[in-house]
Design a protein around this ligand. Structure first.
Ligand code: SF4
Length: 322
């Protein structure tokens, strides 16, 4: 079995099934249960951390002239300053993490989909926004993967998140070695994965690692890291994945019979029309790379960018389409 560098992940405490929610229970999540053996967890409950009891009154985000406030829904007590100060302090001391998994829809931890009311009164109109803690996470950890547990039910979003946290965690290890040889190897082993993500940004990453300006290692790693976050910022388009598969196929095609070539191309076409997930043509290419001892391909992270035990194509009803 491959040795994985465990991503360091911040997780909202209730998602670990710790009973810290307003109603005195946790919010267990199957994906997080599966992830647990493969990650290093840091966790907290921002609402408990600012001294609120459990169970407790529900909180509400309310938009007033001065901005968005976090209020207790029974008596209007304003917790905004307290939550903002805690969040800034906590996050400034958290250090490097490879990603955040936050509890969706919470006025503290939720991302984008949290109700923001126009008044504390019941039945008032609402728009949507980020929870207060989540807003600070977004400000301070720009470029780092940040998701909520609800979005991870979608296969494509989950795969993108896993790709990123495992790649970033590996990079964190490479960074700790402060040696260009390891950086070059990391870059080389991830080339096809990065190609699927963003070919244009990959070129810039290649220029950084070539180090024509002879930068010293710390500066080089810093530049590389910033560009790496850009490369991985958006979910790969299926056309880029096909481009990457065809590139990998090119390494094998000499040794394959006409029928074998046709079979692989047919699988790539099935992926194109959404009939099979990316893992199907990828695994067939992997099998052929093993057969032909094609070491360059076998070293490529795209063959298994995260532990295959986490691979689960189930989806929130959207199938395996692009
Ligand atoms: S969503 Fe955040 S603040 Fe709410 S219970 Fe969970 S960890 Fe605590």
């Amino acid at each position: 079995m491959k040795d994985w560098h465990k991503p360091k992940l911040f997780i909202s405490r209730c998602l670990l099934n710790i009973p810290c929610r307003y109603n005195g229970i946790g919010a267990p999540d199957k994906i997080i249960d599966k992830l647990e053996p493969y990650i290093e967890i840091v966790e907290t409950c921002p609402e408990q951390a600012i001294g609120l009891p459990t169970p407790r009154e529900t909180l509400r985000l309310v938009k007033i002239e001065e901005g968005i406030r976090l209020l207790k829904s029974n008596n209007d007590e304003d917790l905004t300053e307290s939550m903002s100060n805690f969040s800034k302090d906590y996050l400034c001391n958290l250090g490097e993490v490879d990603g955040f998994l936050l509890k969706g829809k919470s006025p503290s931890c939720g991302l984008k989909e949290v109700r923001v009311y126009t008044s504390i009164k019941k039945g008032s109109i609402s728009t949507k926004g980020n929870g207060l803690f989540a807003s600070e996470v977004i400000k301070l950890y720009n470029g780092i993967p940040i998701e909520d547990e609800g979005r991870l039910k979608n296969f494509n979003i989950r795969e993108h998140f896993f790709n990123r946290i495992f790649t970033l965690s590996h990079f964190r290890y490479v960074k700790s070695l402060r040696n260009i040889t390891y950086l070059i190897r990391f870059h080389s082993n991830n080339k096809l994965l990065f190609m699927a993500y963003n070919q244009k940004e990959l070129k810039k990453l290649g220029n950084i690692v070539a180090n024509h300006d002879k930068k010293e290692i710390n500066e080089l790693l810093k530049d590389y890291e910033m560009q790496l976050l850009k490369v991985l910022s958006k979910t790969p388009r299926y056309t880029s994945n096909i481009n990457m598969l065809m590139h990998a196929f090119g390494y094998l095609s000499k040794g394959l019979s006409k029928e074998e070539k046709a079979f692989i191309l047919e699988l790539i076409e099935k992926y194109r029309i959404g009939k099979v997930p990316l893992s199907v043509p990828t695994n067939v290419i992997k099998a052929q790379a093993i057969r032909f001892k094609e070491n360059y391909l076998l070293s490529q992270s795209f063959l298994e960018p995260y532990p295959e035990e986490l691979m689960d194509i189930s989806d929130s009803g959207k199938g395996v389409s692009h």
